[in-house]
Design a protein. Structure first.
Length: 220
């Protein structure tokens, strides 16, 4: 049986059979928390340009990849049900995930020293993603770090059609499912719940571009 949940937009000759574009649940929550009108919620395409440029909100700054990762601010995370005991609402901001562990691993494995003028495309895991990998899979090696780096500058919009051979020789796998773009099971351009910043993508650097991910490649 076909999965009819959360379908893609579809135009049929009979308008009654057409399916209009609709925001994802995460997008709906952001529109709701941001005070979007019902008309805006019904027309997510009009709101898409603001959400499609997270690099500006992330504060790219034009430094090289390594220095940018050192201070790059990741997605904003809410307290959720854990906030009640601490005196916060579930939707209050708990903090922002950062990329210090990936930055440190770039240095400690020597991969940072191998990166030249580029350009490169880096799929940078957040600190919690790195912690999960170390806890469940083991140490972060140079090959694991290189698996997150692809030669060439690839914008997020070009990922579906790009060659994704990483520095360690791995052919990264792209797929599109449930209206989301995945590379090696990590969502590219992942949305967060609440009105806070999403996972930054298209962060411009002097020697490439950074797309953040919430899962380390090679985890599965």
């Amino acid at each position: 049986m076909a999965d009819t949940r959360d379908p893609d937009a579809f135009a049929d000759e009979d308008p009654r059979k057409s399916i209009s574009a609709a925001p994802s649940f995460e997008e709906y929550l952001k529109q709701r928390d941001g005070g979007a009108s019902s008309a805006e919620i019904a027309a997510p395409a009009a709101a898409a340009p603001a959400a499609a440029a997270p690099a500006a909100a992330a504060g790219g700054g034009g430094g090289d990849i390594t220095s940018t990762l050192q201070s790059l601010e990741g997605p904003g995370q809410v307290w959720g049900d854990l906030g009640i005991a601490a005196g916060f609402e579930e939707n209050d901001l708990k903090g922002y995930e950062m990329f210090s562990k990936f930055y440190d691993a770039l240095q400690s494995t020597g991969v940072a020293a191998e990166l030249g003028a580029g350009p490169y495309t880096v799929f940078a895991p957040t600190d919690p993603a790195m912690e999960s990998y170390e806890l469940l899979r083991g140490p972060i090696t140079a090959d694991i770090i290189k698996m997150h780096i692809v030669p060439g500058q690839i914008a997020s919009a070009d990922v579906p059609s790009a060659s994704l051979k990483a520095l360690d020789g791995t052919d990264l796998v792209y797929r599109y499912a449930v209206r989301k773009h995945f590379v090696n099971d990590a969502i590219i351009g992942e949305k967060t719940f609440g009105p806070y910043s999403d996972y930054p993508i298209d962060v411009a650097c002097s020697n490439g571009v950074i797309h953040s991910v919430g899962l380390c490649f090679g985890f599965y």
